[in-house]
Design a protein around this ligand. Structure first.
Ligand code: IMP
Ligand code: MG
Length: 176
């Protein structure tokens, strides 16, 4: 297992892109009361930075989904934490996730928000991985598009480690 020497995406690039996304979101959701639903744990870092650029009446809720063991998707998505219904029902919701891979997590999370009566659900991901989708999911807002490789840092983990890295690095699992 080997961490790339240089970041794939460094801190300055992340900060610049987060600021751009914030500006775009402020414009797109102008006048509509917005709830940001953050998928724990990975998206917490991205969301915390992004939320600093959003209006002061933005509400924040957390969801916890688990579908991953190591670097291989397990195929089932379970929710350990869901948003308060009153923060979702009848409101525009921005679902924030760290990375879009097979699409299973976002597909299941969006269904939960729709089930809670969200007026509209838009999806914002920090990273969109060029990987085969299992569920047809397209993100409305994308920080960066990356190749189909495993990345860690800025909230993204490998078996719960590496989340604290301030930038995004690639992790080679079997370096030869
Ligand atoms: P999906 O449900 O397959 O789209 O996977 C989304 C989840 O898998 C994310 O919330 C991440 O937790 C995890 N994941 C997918 N790719 C990576 C990666 O390259 N690094 C770290 N976590 C990843
Ligand atoms: Mg994860």
């Amino acid at each position: 297992m080997r961490l790339s020497d240089a970041p794939l995406i460094d801190q300055a690039r992340i900060a610049r892109r987060v600021e751009e996304l914030g500006a775009q979101l402020r414009e797109d959701f102008q006048g509509a009361p917005l709830t940001v639903a953050v998928l724990l744990k990975g998206a917490a870092w991205f969301a915390a930075d992004l939320l600093r650029h959003l209006p002061h009446d933005t509400r924040v809720e957390f969801m916890r989904a688990q579908s991953y063991a190591g670097t291989a998707s397990t195929g089932t998505v379970e929710f350990g934490l869901l948003p308060a219904a009153e923060a979702i029902t009848g409101r525009d919701v921005l679902l924030v996730e760290d990375i879009l891979d097979t699409g299973r997590t976002l597909h299941a999370a969006r269904a939960q928000l729709q089930g809670l009566g969200a007026a509209k659900v838009k999806i914002c991901v920090l990273l969109d991985k060029a990987a085969p989708r299992v569920e047809a999911i397209t993100a409305d807002y994308v920080g960066f598009r990356i190749d189909d490789e495993f990345v860690v840092g800025y909230g993204l983990d490998y078996n719960e480690e590496y989340r604290t890295l301030p930038a995004i690095y690639t992790l080679s699992i079997n370096p030869h």
